[in-house]
Design a binder for this molecule. Structure first.
Ligand code: PEP
Ligand code: MG
Length: 756
């Protein structure tokens, strides 16, 4: 069938000009899809545009598919054939799209009868703005020439669409009544990513869901002002109790965590306004609903990020008030027995949800920082991240089984699944029994002494580290009290936390890492410049050196906490000897100032460098000479050597710790430290990978720091490893040139590069 592609390209050129005189993106896109379908003699032509807010592709116009689905069909990058074209910035041409493993049927969209499929990404420079698709019932209908033509059209259209999108997007951002998404039957099982281990069984509750309809009639009688007043008093008591409990349990990060709840509750224009409405004859339910939603609207529209965060708090409070109003069971006022489902989660929300006894957390889509996962792990709450955002629409009452070890979710699990879950739990009990066998000292099978230490994020990690016989703390990530609070912790507040760590470790080694923020670790209360590459920006020691007063406050607190005990302070992300010397000079100035003021402190701390940048590897000799100790931060080292963002799930398969470049860098660091006789340890996740332990031992590492819960397993692995054999293994691995060679040697799955 002849297709007049040249004409088509010309017509599109004309259309683009035409658009300049129109103000409707919908109208313009409608003309575009009609024109392309007509000239290509294709039954279907559709445009999907990428929505920056939801990070999804949205069907923006179609000729041939069900027009009612425009704006309702949404796909994540990588999802379906359309998502594939977008995620890989590559055309997808299929003789029969339905046969592709990526094909995703959207019931009701009326795609069933179309076979030939051709999609090209709409690219504006390096940014992807959408996908242009044609389909036809005749299999293999589109030729290579059609593909070229559609790509040419896409490149002409992209600029116009992008401009139109920006202009008209302003109007479209105005709030609209929510339109129901077409319901698709959800699978009973979703594979996601594990963020924190353990299993949870519970009822799905969307974070911030405030739906009075769920409580109507629950009291079984008419509710009065007196009932409301009692509910307010009970709510206040419950929140105060929660606050108290959190301060006991998580004193370093959870201070005043529920203060916003309490302040709002006590605000006259909140509960007072509700009482006034009830007095005026309004139903208590409606009064609570109206006032809560009024507040929520006010907060959510605020320019101030800290105020916007309170939207969740006020709805959470509303939920609790209604629960107490209908006399619901006491423990159900919290998230007891619930799996909390949400699209985004701040570290402070996580504490509130866990404080309210949530059984597990299910996160849909992106929006999660590595810190949220780290806190979940420290709090021992199972957490899974999935890309399917439909979990946010699960009807209330849906039962979820979350397996945080495997990163899987079962929706309304069957009996057999629940039985297996029971067995999983027994496996956990056995693992806990194995913890009892952990020994205070670790040796390889042929008697080489190895030191195992703990990474600590929150004070609540300390008892676990002690129980599992960590020989010390190899890394205290000091940023958590900074991240969760609403303001910088004072010198005094920091001192209390650091002193407690030193005390509880009773003379064992403790390494404090100074503030490591930036990258994806953001302080919500501190205005930062908008960086297009935050991982290459003002992160870690760079931030501390730029904000000296914040740095000095931390150093003074550390020096004071180290009084009378050995103290180790380490700087993250050091890229030069200059960085290190500048930071160390500031530390010495602080010690001097404390001495002048007669304040007790540790005058001679040992000062170390975290080796996590390629530049630091190159100058490892000099750093080893300058510093008192070195510590390999392999999580970042892998990220920066390979230029693979450690938080980007789309390239997670490229984050390969056993890459020959990483292995050789580690060897160079060990050699530099050995030559200068400088103490060296490793504290990234590589230290907990049983397959890599022989290599690490073989190149000469004898000090490993890790999440305490991994200590028993890693001790077992080391005890079963022969040092001499490990040396031979490491030597052969250092000669390997290809990632696949190392992968095969260690028994990792080999990545199929064709599929990347
Ligand atoms: C690392 O980079 O390996 C490390 C331990 O630090 P963090 O994970 O906190 O960046
Ligand atoms: Mg790091």
């Amino acid at each position: 069938m002849a297709k007049d592609n040249v004409d088509l390209i010309c017509s599109i050129g004309e259309l683009a000009v035409l658009f300049e005189k129109t103000s409707s993106l919908d109208g313009f896109l409608g003309k575009v899809v009609n024109t392309i379908a007509y000239h290509m003699k294709a039954a279907v032509c559709s445009v999907y545009l990428f929505d920056d807010d939801s990070q999804q592709l949205v069907l923006a116009a179609t000729q041939g598919l069900n027009p009612e689905f425009v704006r309702h069909v949404r796909m994540n990058p990588g999802e379906g054939l359309v998502g594939q074209a977008f995620a890989n910035s590559k055309s997808v041409r299929e003789a029969d799209g339905r046969q592709s493993p990526y094909f995703k049927l959207v019931p009701g969209l009326n795609e069933e009868s179309y076979r030939a499929f051709l999609a090209v990404p709409l690219l504006r420079g390096l940014s992807r703005i959408g996908v242009l698709v044609v389909q036809d019932p005749v299999a293999d209908y589109f030729s290579e020439n059609d593909e070229k033509a559609l790509r040419a059209i896409a490149s002409q259209l992209a600029v116009t669409i992008e401009n139109a999108r920006l202009l008209i997007g302003l109007r479209e951002k105005e709030p609209k009544a929510p339109t129901p998404r077409p319901r698709e039957e959800m699978a009973k099982f979703i594979k996601g990513t594990s963020a924190s281990g353990g299993c949870a069984l519970g009822t799905a509750v969307e974070l911030g869901r405030f739906d009075p309809a769920e409580y109507v009639g629950a009291a079984g009688r008419h509710l009065t002002l007196e009932d409301f007043t009692k509910a307010v008093a009970m709510t206040e008591q419950q929140i105060e109790a929660l606050q108290h409990e959190m301060e006991e349990r998580l004193s370093d990060v959870a201070s005043l965590i529920f203060s916003a709840h309490l302040l709002i509750l006590k605000d006259e224009s909140f509960s007072g306004a509700m009482s006034d409405r009830i007095r005026g004859g309004e139903e208590p339910f409606s009064a609570v609903h109206e006032v809560v939603e009024g507040y929520a609207a006010l907060f959510s529209r605020s320019q101030n990020a800290a105020l916007r965060e309170k939207t969740q708090d006020v709805r959470d409070l509303g939920r609790r008030l209604l629960h107490n109003l209908v006399g619901g069971e006491m423990d159900r006022a919290d998230y007891n027995g619930c799996v909390v489902v949400c699209a985004d989660l701040m570290p402070s929300d996580m504490l509130k949800v866990v404080g309210q006894r949530a059984a597990g957390l299910l996160l849909a889509g992106g929006g999660v920082t590595s810190h949220v996962s780290i806190i979940a792990r420290s709090l021992r709450v199972p957490m899974v991240i999935v890309s399917d955002r439909r979990v946010l629409d699960l009807p209330s009452g849906t039962r979820l089984l979350l397996d945080g070890d495997q990163g899987t979710v079962f929706i309304n699990p069957e009996e057999t699944v629940l039985k297996n879950y029971g067995e999983l739990d027994r496996a956990r009990v056995q693992a806990e029994a194995a913890e009892k066998n952990v020994r205070p000292e670790t040796f390889t099978r042929d008697g080489r002494r190895v030191h195992l230490l703990a990474n600590i994020n929150l004070l609540s990690d300390l008892p676990v580290a002690l129980r599992l016989k960590a020989e010390g703390i190899g890394l205290y990530r000091s940023e958590f009290p900074f991240i969760v609070r609403n303001d910088f912790p004072s010198e005094e507040e920091q001192y209390v936390i650091y002193r407690r760590i030193v005390r509880e470790m009773g003379g064992r080694e403790v390494v404090f890492r100074t503030l490591d923020i930036g990258g994806d670790k953001i302080l919500s209360y501190f205005p930062t410049v908008n960086e297009s590459n935050p991982f290459l920006g003002l992160r870690a020691i760079r931030f501390s050196l730029r904000h000296r007063e914040i740095f000095e406050r931390q150093l003074r607190a550390l020096l004071r906490a180290g009084e009378g005990v050995p103290l180790r302070i380490m700087f993250p992300l050091v890229s030069s000897v200059d960085d290190f010397v500048e930071a160390r000079d500031i530390l010495h100035d602080c010690a001097h100032a404390l001495a002048e003021a007669g304040i007790p402190h540790q005058p001679h701390p040992e000062v170390g460098v975290m080796v996590e940048l390629p530049s630091a590897v190159e100058i490892a000799d000099d750093l080893a000479d300058e510093a008192d100790f070195l510590c390999i931060g392999s999580n970042d080292l892998v990220q920066y050597i390979l230029a693979v963002d450690r938080t980007n799930e789309h390239i997670a398969d490229l984050y390969v710790p056993y890459h020959p470049a990483v292995l050789r860098a580690l060897k160079r660091i060990v050699d530099a430290a050995t030559k200068q006789q400088t103490d060296l340890s490793i504290c990234g996740d590589m230290a907990t990978d049983p397959r890599l332990i022989p290599f690490l031992l073989g190149i000469g590492l004898t000090k490993f720091s890790m999440d305490s819960r991994r200590l028993p397993q890693i001790q077992e692995v080391i005890s079963g490893t022969d040092f001499k054999a490990a040396q031979a293994k490491a030597e052969s691995m250092l000669l390997m040139r290809r990632v696949s060679e190392v992968a095969t040697f260690l028994g990792y799955p080999v990545i199929d590069r064709e599929k990347i």
